[in-house]
Write a protein that binds this ligand. Structure first.
Ligand code: PAF
Length: 299
């Protein structure tokens, strides 16, 4: 496996494969790799001839300097994990290789998709940072396909929108959330959890699972009640909820009448660690037709 740090090295390393018509996959990451990233790399390995993993802690998508400073940087472990999962090439650029002096272009997607939930909590600049770095990485690597985790469901929807809107010649592949055996979604930030916070953090997947089963059984029929119940259980466990909502998985508009398929998205803080997670849910049958009124039955 090859480790490169500059765009020139990256392009030179990919040139022979490209000349032979080999398919290239990109797995963009910010490092601190865990088995969730491993699953993306393995999925890419199954489908493409050459697998490139980028490792770059992108400063422009952080809204808090402390969060950026605390973000784990573990390149040698990342190289080992990526290699074991089947990567061929790691691209780990320096910040000035990505944002040289005079850099002045931003890829900005506006509207509900970037201004709600993660966009609202982290500031709209968060998604501008994500869309700009993803567009740059796609331009640098020129992959046939790129792999993103469904844990960051809003990011995945944003990336799909940008790729469609800019007619970028790449297939975006979403991969399922990887969870620890107790249900906590894997995240690079989990390593900052104390044992007590790690235990409390389980309240988030549990609240989402309770909400999903409430939707599926027909007990929960509106988004506000879903949010209230989830907030109460998160607070009981000592978490500070940011949002729990049923949304349309493509547009991320909030769904109030829970009578179809939704994605339940949630974010909460425990100690200083931010957790996000999501779960799809579909009510058994559209509410409008599920319970006919007596009048409708006798008519
Ligand atoms: O999901 C991430 O790790 C990052 O947001 C990404 C896509 C690598 C862009 O920096």
């Amino acid at each position: 496996m090859t480790l490169v740090h500059t765009v020139a090295e990256l392009r030179a390393a990919l040139a022979p494969a490209r000349a032979e018509g080999a398919s290239i996959a990109l797995v963009p990451t910010m490092g601190a790799l865990h088995d969730g990233h491993g699953s993306l790399i393995r999925a890419a390995r199954d489908e493409a001839d050459v697998v490139v993993v980028s490792v770059f802690v992108n400063p422009t998508q952080f809204n808090e300097a402390a969060d950026l400073a605390a973000y784990p940087r573990t390149l040698s472990e990342d190289v080992a994990l990526a290699q074991a999962a089947g990567a061929d090439l790691i691209f780990a650029p320096a910040a000035d290789g990505i944002y040289p002096e005079g850099f002045a272009t931003t890829v900005a997607l506006r509207g509900t998709l970037t201004e709600t939930f993660e966009g609202a909590e982290r500031g709209v600049g968060h998604f501008d940072g994500v869309t700009t770095i993803v567009a740059k990485l796609l331009a640098m690597v020129g992959p046939d396909c790129a792999y993103f985790g469904e844990k960051d469901a809003q990011q995945l929807a944003v990336v799909r929108r940008v790729v469609a809107d800019l007619s970028l010649p790449v297939r975006i592949v979403g991969c399922p959330i990887v969870r620890d055996p107790d249900g906590l979604a894997m995240s690079s930030r989990n390593r900052h959890l104390s044992p007590a916070a790690r235990e409390a953090a389980l309240a988030l997947p549990r609240a989402l699972a309770a909400a999903a089963s409430g939707v599926e059984s027909g007990r929960l029929t509106d988004g506000d009640t879903l949010e209230q119940e989830a907030f109460a259980s998160l607070r009981d466990a000592g978490l500070e909820p940011e949002y729990v909502r049923a949304v349309d998985p493509e547009s991320f508009t909030s769904v109030q009448e829970l009578d179809g398929a939704v994605l339940i998205v949630g974010a909460a803080r425990v100690e200083d660690v931010r957790l996000i997670d999501n779960l799809p849910a579909a009510s058994a049958a559209p509410r409008r037709t599920r319970v006919p009124t007596a009048q409708a039955v006798t008519a």
